[in-house]
Design a protein around this ligand. Structure first.
Ligand code: HPA
Length: 233
């Protein structure tokens, strides 16, 4: 048992899917895994282990929203449970007219405006990047499934509601950054520090340029395609 996860050693698989929403973790476990065992309900941040359609044993763990929350679960998964592969499956806001709602993005890298890396690197800039092996495989699995994915740079921010101009997304859009979310830079940074593999796959839930957005129920289809890619990895 770690501070925020009540699993016993061995109950969590070496590969973990990491959605932000714990109810998404439950949905993924129910829909995609067999022989499911729930190993965590501390703070309702649900976690499950089961068998994926390809026969591999994997876990699904909610991370909560934002880098501080994701950092808690990622640290404990790695240090207390020996997890080696973490695949975040989440939603993001598009910064491009060419990526409408329901598009799927694989994050090759994650910029950040977070104070977390500012402090960690003493004001210098670290470039958090995806694991190349996982990224290459995800792209291959998506083509085999005939699901369109866009691979590129994203930004992970501290604030969902920005109150100071210029808003971060407007600055980063000018440099070809595709989407905005709140977790991946910390995931990729912790993966680098702890020598594990990490990848983020995102579905677009809203578009900051056009103002378009999806209702929660309409997100399900593209979420399903994204998770199908992730469980195949
Ligand atoms: N900002 C931050 N995170 C997000 C957004 C956004 O606009 N949309 C989905 N996740």
């Amino acid at each position: 048992m770690s501070i925020h996860i009540e699993a016993t050693p061995g109950q969590i698989a070496e590969t973990v899917l990491l959605p932000g929403d714990p109810l998404r973790a439950q949905w993924i476990a129910k829909k995609f895994l067999k022989k499911v065992v729930q190993y965590n309900s501390v703070r309702n941040m649900l976690g499950f282990t089961g068998i994926a359609p390809n026969g591999k044993r994997i876990s699904v763990q909610g991370s909560g929203m934002g880098m501080p929350s994701l950092g808690i679960y990622t640290n404990e998964l790695i240090k207390d449970y020996g997890v080696k592969n973490i695949i975040r499956v989440g939603s993001a806001g598009s910064l491009s007219e060419r990526l409408p709602c329901n598009s799927i993005i694989i994050a090759a890298g994650a910029c950040t405006d977070s104070g977390m890396n500012d402090r960690r690197f003493h004001g210098m800039n670290f470039a958090p990047i995806a694991n190349w092996g996982l990224l290459k495989k995800a792209d291959k699995v998506a083509s085999k499934m005939k699901v369109d994915v866009t691979v590129g740079n994203i930004i992970s921010v501290d604030k969902f509601y920005e109150d100071v101009e210029p808003h971060t997304w407007k600055v980063f859009k000018e440099y070809g950054v595709l989407a905005i979310e709140m977790e991946t830079a910390e995931l990729y940074t912790l993966a680098a520090k702890n020598e594990i593999n990490a990848l983020t796959i995102l579905t677009i839930s809203d578009n900051l340029v056009t103002g378009d957005h999806l209702s929660a129920s309409k997100r399900e289809r593209s979420f399903k395609d994204m998770v199908k890619i992730a469980v195949e990895l």
